[in-house]
Design a binder for this molecule. Structure first.
Ligand SMILES: [Zn+2]
Length: 815
């Protein structure tokens, strides 16, 4: 039903429920009040639950789910009119990004997979996690949490805290009925364990998980009015008035929400004079692998300086001042993409702590009690990915969330986990590594275009699968190159190139072949010698020109040829050998590790090579290439820089690169077989959507060519029964057979299919899970290109490869 179809004069129950699902409670309440004006004030209507088929666990039922995962906590979805997003999930999200070259602001559009990921509306919605039984005599601590991006098909798991539809083929999007908080981040399990461990006296933790969309967009959610509205929407919590706040964010939620809300945080409440009940504890900020950690640290640094001044002024009141102070915990994946900003934040913290009187520091006082550095702490979480920082990868009842909640009331509990002050950033580690190798090497800069891309992830010193294979000597401009270029003009080189084309190349081949069978006549010998000399001259000049280009591009990107090509490594991806730059090697390892460690993909726990064979990988990788222009492009290929790899070359051609012949055949095949013509030269969406569309088209093409077999004629006849031919299409089976044979002849060993598998075997044999793991590691897949689809191709044009890619595109080739 579309929103335009609602009629306020026909507000029967199914209509209202449907409207609530799609239009949101506030809008519906408004309509109801307009329709029945005699019944003010507007009633709050609970959002309609999902059909049990879409929500088998019953998470969206009004009562929620009690004792989730045996945690002793209840999970309930609440609607809070007036707060949060409205209008549902969008089809795409836009953001603005500054062009580093021109300084111009560019609008970037990214399609959303949310509507595929869940059937649940995000409108005015939050998830509440609370004890099954709330003890009225214990204080309450409310965690207000904001999730990261949850919309990109290739990278993001779960659309916020909505129930997964299971419709997405990307396993990261969750199986039917799963939710991010229970199945991935373990909120219920960790909160249940902390509440139990606090016994009968400590605060009881309740979590408010705000539901957002897109790029961590949450609508209007002012800290205290929002929490108040959520608590009021839960009868068991409606009476809770004096609570402390734990303001928490993961990934993009850190920058869009937490960074702006830290100013709201409060000191602990003064304990009542009679001492009968515990005071409200101080508020806490927690950042889980989050954007904006440096900004939040500026707030923390201000708190440290205030506290230092107060301790200086009132040494006797020291412990009370410390106990009343707000706290901070920052957690990051030890070798993930957020390492560098967290280490920057750690250094800011160290400088601020230097102003604290010695008696209140660990170094200055061995006495018991909480020191100032116990209040503000950064922790590196080992062995986790960006999406598992909150849960860690161990028992569900343990994790960084549980650690943070424990530290909120026992700030000394995690002293041993504190990040050392001398921890180093990724660029520093790379620089150190490079210095140890060769003095000319420059450090690689770490770039993050987008939050939540676990992309820049494992810069971790890797296992032994990759070995350095210095390729600098193949790329460095030699003295001979410069001498050669200096001895020619660009016009002379252009003339040489014009004089040596495909005709001359074939002539060399013919004469060489002839020379093996018979003696060449003197004229032929002279011709061959001259042609070979010209070829050598053109090749030498071209090599020198491209080496010049490589040097200029790397220089523009801030690297040296020796440094960049000194970081070329040899190794393998799923058993397929590859020679690539270390930054791409990192991503390939990241994707491989994800596949090998995924019990659904690799149930028997095979090694990478064995799993590769199971997933249909075969050894025809094309990786680091001698300097030459990109296939179908004018600038040097990313392959030249070791930033691209072609996988399963034979079965995955560059479709549409050699004109429209192959795309036209695919359009005809999909029209006949599926009823909808697919144009592979158009944009097909994100990696997931592109894969699905291309796979369907691939299957249609193999079916189409299978009609060439006489035995399959009945299948073609069946396909044509009752079918209306589109313009230009044959109208009967005989006509189709003729076209199919022509199409087959047009593709086999020609154009896009030259040197590839025969067209009846299709154009896509990569396993979907391999493609999704690679794009999930931040690589760009040629199947997502705007026009022709380079299906074999994966490259690193963002992250560490971003600078080189930008310089490559901006560069003008030497002539
Ligand atoms: Zn390629």
């Amino acid at each position: 039903m579309s929103r335009g179809a609602f009629r306020t004069d026909r507000l029967d129950l199914p209509t209202v429920l449907e409207m609530q699902r799609t239009a949101g409670n506030l809008a519906v309440t408004g309509l109801l009040t307009r329709a029945r004006r005699r019944r003010p004030p507007p009633r709050r209507v609970q959002r309609a639950p999902l059909d049990p088929k879409q929500d088998p666990k019953g998470y969206t039922q009004p009562q929620g789910v009690k004792n989730v995962a045996s945690s002793g906590t209840t999970r309930r979805v609440v609607t809070v009119p007036g707060f949060g997003v409205t209008g549902g999930f969008k089809a795409e999200y836009t953001h603005r990004r500054k062009d580093p070259k021109t300084g111009e602001m560019l609008e970037v559009r990214t399609p959303s997979a949310e509507r595929r990921m869940t059937e649940q509306s995000p409108d005015n919605t939050a998830v509440v996690v609370m004890p099954d039984v709330l003890d009225k005599n214990r204080p309450v601590q409310v965690v207000l949490h904001f999730h990261g991006f949850g919309f990109r098909g290739g990278t993001d798991p779960h659309a916020g805290y909505a129930v997964a539809s299971g419709r997405s083929k990307n396993a990261a999007h969750g199986a039917l009925g799963t939710v991010r908080d229970v199945d991935q981040e373990h909120w219920s399990q960790q909160i249940g364990a902390v509440n139990a461990a606090r016994g009968a006296t400590g605060p009881q933790t309740v979590a408010v998980l705000a539901q957002g969309r897109g790029r961590s967009e949450f609508g209007k959610v002012p800290t205290f009015p929002y929490v108040r509205a959520v608590l009021d929407a839960v009868p068991e919590l409606a009476g809770v008035s004096d609570y402390s706040i734990v303001l928490s964010g993961h990934s993009g939620g850190g920058a869009t929400q937490v960074a702006g809300k830290v100013a709201d945080l409060r000191d602990a409440a003064t304990p009542p004079a009679d001492g009968t009940r515990p005071a409200r504890p101080a508020d806490v900020v927690v950042m889980f692998d989050a954007e904006g950690v440096v900004s939040v640290m500026s707030w923390a640094v201000g708190k440290v300086r205030e506290l230092a001044a107060a301790l200086e002024a009132d040494p006797a009141g020291g412990q009370a001042l410390i106990d009343a102070s707000p706290r901070f915990r920052g957690y990051f994946a030890e070798w993930g993409g957020y390492r560098t900003p967290y280490i920057t934040a750690n250094r800011m913290l160290k400088r601020a702590l230097a102003t604290v009187p010695a008696a209140w520091t660990l170094a200055g006082s061995s006495g018991p009690g909480t020191k100032v550095e116990d209040l503000f702490r950064i922790v590196a979480v080992p062995g986790v990915r960006h999406e598992t920082v909150i849960s860690k990868e161990g028992p569900a009842t343990e994790g960084a969330l549980a650690d943070a909640l424990t530290a909120s009331t026992s700030p000394t509990s995690d002293r041993a986990q504190a990040l050392p002050w001398d921890a180093r950033t990724v660029p520093e580690l790379k620089a150190a590594k490079a210095r140890a190798k060769a003095p000319a090497v420059q450090p690689l800069a770490v770039q993050r275009d987008d939050p939540a891309v676990p992309a820049a992830a494992p810069a971790k010193p890797r296992a032994t699968t990759w070995k350095t294979s210095d390729a600098a000597s193949d790329y460095a401009l030699t003295t001979a190159d410069t001498t050669l270029l200096g001895s020619q003009t660009a016009a002379e080189r252009a003339a040489d190139r014009a004089a040596f084309g495909t005709a001359q190349l074939s002539r060399i081949r013919a004469l060489t072949k002839a020379a093996k069978k018979r003696a060449l006549i003197p004229e032929e010998t002279t011709e061959l010698t001259d042609l070979q000399a010209l070829r050598t001259k053109v090749e030498n000049a071209n090599r020198a020109l491209r080496r010049t280009d490589v040097e200029e591009i790397l220089d523009d990107a801030g690297f040296t040829v020796a440094g960049w090509y000194g970081d070329i490594q040899k190794g393998s991806f799923l058993g397929v050998p590859a020679k690539v730059h270390t930054s791409l090697a990192d991503r390939l390892t990241q994707a491989e590790t994800a596949l090998v460690g995924d019990a659904a993909v690799n149930p028997s726990g095979d090694d990478a090579k064995t799993l590769g064979a199971t997933l249909g990988m075969y050894g025809t990788a094309s990786d680091l290439r001698a300097p030459k222009n990109a296939v179908g492009g004018s600038s040097l290929s990313l392959h030249t820089f070791g930033l691209a790899v072609d996988l399963n070359y034979k079965g995955n051609p560059f479709l549409g690169n050699q004109g429209k012949t192959a795309p036209d055949v695919v359009a005809r095949a999909t029209s006949l077989v599926t009823g909808t013509a697919v144009d592979v030269l158009t944009q097909l969406g994100d990696a997931q959507a592109s894969f699905t569309a291309l796979k369907d088209a691939n299957d249609a093409l193999t079916t189409y060519f299978s009609y060439r077999e006489p035995a399959n004629r009945p299948l073609l006849d069946a396909k044509l029964t009752g079918r209306t031919a589109a313009a230009g299409e044959p109208t009967d089976a005989a006509g189709w057979i003729k076209v199919i044979e022509q199409d087959h002849a047009a593709l086999k060993d020609k154009g896009d299919f030259k040197k590839h598998k025969p067209p009846e075997e299709g154009f896509l044999d990569l396993d979907e899970r391999v493609v999704m793991a690679l794009t999930g590691a931040g690589l760009t897949w040629g199947g997502t290109y705007r026009t022709a689809k380079d299906i074999m191709h994966f490259d690193l044009r963002e992250g560490d490869g971003g600078k080189v890619n930008k310089a490559r595109i901006a560069h003008t080739d030497s002539r």
